[in-house]
Design a protein around this ligand. Structure first.
Ligand code: FCB
Length: 460
């Protein structure tokens, strides 16, 4: 059963999230090109060669989309600002139409009684900066801070909360080590530099936002609790009980260090974890230690994106010597194991060992699921029972964390709309609202209606 609002502490906030490149329509409104345009234009990178050129056409339909957010009874609307829409060359002269769009978006959010939660960087790096080396180039971090100051100057009087960077692990590791996101590199030196410069980009834009006088500044990190993979069938048959080997244990600790502790450690302690430095250390830019003070300057909240856990085995070859193994739990359409029971421990660990009393928000949680479209009495009805079950179990996990003393202040669902799911194009649907990518018609799914009923109970 989906919990009700009344099951959470008074003032606990609920929201839903989107990001600029995934919904706006990047080819419209005078935006400059970004590295996701060229990544998507390169055959083999994105399913069916899809791009964000039109996406959900949110740029012209944002009013109706915000009606959907408000109509469900959410408190927060989390969105991102497209850097190339505002600064088509990455720096220099702004595109007035881009700035005006975010001005209108924030006003329209507030007009509906919603709290605008802005993320500055959700991966759409202007091509002009990608040409100069992108995140492997330290200057990109300085340019992000300039963008932050520009946005704070324009919107600082109205935005409720500011996130500097969304999921730097994806923009750093996944994009430069695994090649799965723009710019699609597989190079450890570029990875180490990109990860550090993303952390620095956070630190410098945090400082720029503070200097502009805005408050409620944080960063959004993604977490995947990593467990040593069970041995394969043959090994299991040969032993009487399950005992993960030392090598799998060590591999899962390396994974944990890179995925979960690199940015968390940098931002909250001014240190990168040792098992990550073993591989990345030799490739970090000279003098990186001098940046750690800026990277670890105090923040006002931390965003936790949580979808799944990972089972990690040892793999031969050079560092990081790990391999992902499928876990025993049910999987979403992304192939991600559904593991709500790991969320309370994760939140307890983050606050217990890193953030203390700092307010935490689950800034993304949700699932990709194929929709069942059923013809109901008044038109088509979109059934997504799996998503309702996923969200119910994770909301219950959030309650458990709160009961255990975690200062969790809100829970934000990914995503309002089906959208451009990065390398998966339009093939993976995360929306509470179905989007027909031909007609662009929006249809709220059963999960949207279930949440609306849940949120109707006693507003905060
Ligand atoms: C997160 C991203 C978001 C979306 C979800 C499914 O990693 O922040 O843009 O792609 O995953």
């Amino acid at each position: 059963m989906i919990p009700t609002r009344a099951d959470f502490p008074p003032g606990f906030l609920f929201g839903t999230a989107t990001s600029a490149y995934q919904i706006e329509g990047a080819a419209q409104g005078g935006a400059g090109p970004c590295h996701w345009d060229s990544f998507a234009a390169t055959p083999g990178n994105v399913a069916h060669g899809a791009t964000g050129a039109r996406a959900c056409d949110h740029l012209t339909r944002y009013e109706a989309d915000l009606d959907l957010v408000a109509g469900a009874g959410f408190d927060i609307y989390r969105f991102s600002t497209s850097w190339p829409r505002v600064l088509p060359e990455g720096a220099g002269a702004p595109n007035a139409a881009g700035l005006d769009f975010y001005d209108r978006l924030v006003d329209a959010t507030l007009a509906r009684g919603l709290k605008p939660a802005l993320t500055l960087y959700h991966w759409d790096l202007p091509s002009a900066l990608a040409d100069l080396g992108g995140w492997a180039n330290r200057d990109t971090a300085l340019r992000l801070a300039d963008f932050a100051a520009l946005m704070a100057g324009r919107l600082g009087d109205r935005v409720w909360s500011w996130a500097t960077v969304n999921e730097p692990w994806c923009a750093g590791w996944l994009a430069h080590f695994e090649g799965g996101h723009a710019p699609g590199l597989r190079d450890i030196r570029a990875t180490a530099r990109a990860m550090h410069h993303l952390a620095l980009g956070h630190g410098l834009s945090l400082a720029a936002l503070r200097a502009s006088g805005v408050g409620e500044i944080g960063i959004v990190l993604n977490f995947e609790p990593a467990f040593p993979a069970e041995p394969g069938e043959a090994a299991r048959a040969a032993s009487l009980r399950y005992e993960p080997g030392e090598a799998a244990r060590a591999a899962s600790l390396r994974y944990d260090a890179v995925f979960n502790r690199f940015f968390l450690g940098g931002v909250t302690r001014g240190h990168y974890p040792e098992p990550a430095l073993e591989g990345l250390g030799p490739h970090l830019p000279p003098g990186w230690q001098a940046d750690m003070a800026a990277i670890s300057a105090p923040i006002d909240w931390l965003g936790v994106n949580y979808y799944t856990v990972k089972r990690i085995a040892h793999a031969p070859g050079p560092w990081p010597n790990w391999a992902e193994r499928p876990g025993p739990g049910r999987k979403t359409d992304m192939g991600w194991e559904i593991a709500p029971m790991a969320l309370p421990d994760l939140l307890r660990w983050i606050s217990g060992s890193h953030t203390g009393d700092l307010p935490l928000y689950v800034t993304e949680n949700g699932m990709a699921a194929p929709d069942a479209i059923v013809m109901g009495e008044d038109g088509s009805e979109i059934r997504d029972e799996d998503r309702i079950a996923y969200l119910s179990s994770h909301l219950a996990a959030a309650r458990e964390a709160i009961a255990g003393g975690v200062p969790l202040k809100g829970y934000i669902i990914w995503s309002l709309l089906d959208n451009f799911e990065w390398a998966f194009g339009y093939d993976r649907r995360f929306g509470l609202v179905h989007v027909d990518f031909e007609s662009l018609q929006r249809t709220p799914k059963a999960s949207y209606h279930a949440l609306r009923r849940m949120l109707e109970d006693a507003a905060p």
